[in-house]
Design a protein around this ligand. Sequence first.
Ligand code: M6R
Length: 608
Amino acid sequence: MCGIIGYCGHRPAVPIVLEGLEHLEYRGYDSAGVGYVLNSELQVVRAKGKLKNLSEKFQQERNALTVTCAIGHTRWATHGVPEERNAHPHLSNSKRLAIVHNGIIENYLEIREELLQKSYRFASDTDSEVLVNLIEDRLAEEHDLLHALSAALQLAHGAYAICLLDRDDPNKLYAARLSAPLIFGRGIGENFIASDIPAFLAYTRDVIFLEDGDILVADSQNYTLWRSSDLNEIQRPAQQIQWNMQAAQKGGYRHFMLKEIFEQPKVISDALSGRLDDGRVLLPELDALPVPKRLHIIACGTSFHAGLWGQHLIEDWARIPVQVEIASEFRYKERLLLDPEQDMVLVISQSGETADTLAALRMAKELHVPTLGLCNVLGSSMAREAGAVLYTQAGPEISVASTKAMTSQMIMLACLALYYGRRSLTLADDDIRRHLERLQRLPLMLETALPEMHSMARQLARKYAQAKSFFYLGRGHCFSLALEGALKLKELSYIHAEGYAAGEMKHGPIALIDPSFPTFVLAPRDDLYEKIKSNIVEIQSRQGQIIVLTNAESDLHSVDIWRIPALQGPLTAFLLLPCLQLFSYEMADYLGKDVDQPRNLAKSVTVE
Ligand code: M6R
C-alpha cells in the first residue's frame, strides 16, 4: 500500500531516494517524505499530496545533497488522514530513530497507551510512530538497536515492512518484514532496500527477497540477514532480475496504462512461451499433482474477474466444477467445505501480495488442500507460499488499474483448462489443437486491431463522457468482462458503473434506464447472441443509449456499433477486453483524471 526505500552508498542519497519514490508512487500517493542524518541530527522533509510537492521542498534543502544514506516513503493512508504530520518518516521521541513503514500494526492502540504511561508523546495519528517509539523504548532494555528491533517486533502484531535510520550510526539501514513486501538490492559500494524492484533497478539487478520474520542490517559495503525471533544469522543467495528499466518506463506513451494496454499482444506471446508443444499445453508445475475434482478460485478485483472468466473455460473444457470467490469473503467463512483429497485452491494475484488473497491461501494450506498460485511478481509472498506457482510473465505493471495482468492471467487460465482437459480426457486432441491454434493467432490479431480500437474508444469517449452512470452487460463468459469493464470505468473516471448479467436486467436494474443512463453491451457472435440482442431491444424500448461491442454483422439499429475482428469461442475475450480498457482510459483522460494514479487507490493492497 505504501512504498518504502532506503539507500546507503557512495552517491548523494536524497536524489536516489526521490527517484526511487517516483517508481514506487503507484503504491500510494497521499503524502511522501525523506529522512537522513545531517550534522548529527535526524532530518525529515515531508509533504502532503503527490511526490512533486516533496521534490519542490528539496529545492530549498541543498545541504541534503551531502548525505549518502537516507530513507523515503510514499503513503496510502491507513491510520490518520493524509496530512503532513501523518506522513513518514516518523521520529522517535528522542529523535534518535526515524522509521518508514508499510502495513498495519494491529495492536498499536494498546502499545500507544503503554508508551503514553511512560511519558512518550505522539505527533501523528499513525501506528508507525507508535512502532518507532516502541523500538526506542526497547533500546533502554537491550544492548543495541538490532536487539531492540527484534524485541519490539515480538510485541507488535500485524503486518510491516520497515526501514529504520539511527542518528547515532547514520550510515546503516535496518529493515524488517512481516506480510508486506521488502527487497534488498545489492550494489557495488551501495545497497538498497525497497518495496519493489523498479525503485532501484537502475542501479542493481542483484536482489534478495526478504521473507517474513527477517531483519536485514546493511551499510554501503556489507549486509547481514537475521531471523527476527532469535537473531540467528541467515544465509540466502541473491537472485538476478531479468527485466530492465525500460520495462518499467512509459516508453513514449502518455500513460503507463496506455503502454500496458498496447503491450498485451506481447504479453500473450510471453505467457504462452514455452507452454505449447506439439498440440499440448505444458504445465510441468502441475504434473505431480492429481487433477482436482473441484477447483476453488480465490482473488480480488480484476484478478477475481479473470477467475470468473477462467471458470467458464475450466468447466467447459476440463469439466471440473469451479467455484470463484472474493478473497475477503472466503477468508471469513465460518466453515470451509474443502477436502484435501478432492479440492484444489487456485489463488490469483498480479502482485502476489494482496492481503486477503494471501490469507485465503494460508487457510487452504492449513487444511492441507493443494494450492496453486497464479501471479506475476517473482518472489512475491504468493509465489513463495503456494504449493505450486504459475507465473503470468506480464512484466512490471505500473498503472494502478490492472490491464495486461488480467490478459496474462486469462491466458494461463485458458492453458490450465486445456491442460486439465487433456489429462481428464474431456477434450479430444483435435479440439485442443483448434483452441491452441486460436490462442497462437491472438498476438498478431490483437496487435493489428489495437490502433483501430484506440481510435474508436476515443470517439465514443467524447460522446459518452458526460454520463453519470453506466451499465455493462454480458452473458456467459462475457459477464466477467462486463464486471471488469464497469470496474475499470469507475476506478479511472469516477463514473458510477455496474456490471450485470444481461438476463438479470429485467429483474430490477432496467428500472434505472432512461436517455441519460447508457449501457455498454458485450455481444460477440456466439450461442447467446440472440439472447443478448433481446436485452438490447428491451433497453432501446426504454430510450437507453447503447454501445454494442461485437464481432457479428449486426442488424441492430440506433446503437453505437463497435466492431472487432471475428474469432470464434470464448477466446474472443482477448479482443473484447482491450476495448473495455481503452474506453475507460479515454473517458478518464478526456475528463482530465489522473489515469495512472486514480484517487483513493493503491496498486497493491497489502492491508485488509
Ligand atoms: O495484485 P492483485 O491482482 O491481487 O490485486 C487485486 C486488486 O487489488 C486489483 O486487481 C485492483 O482491483 C485493480 N485496481 C484493478 O484495476
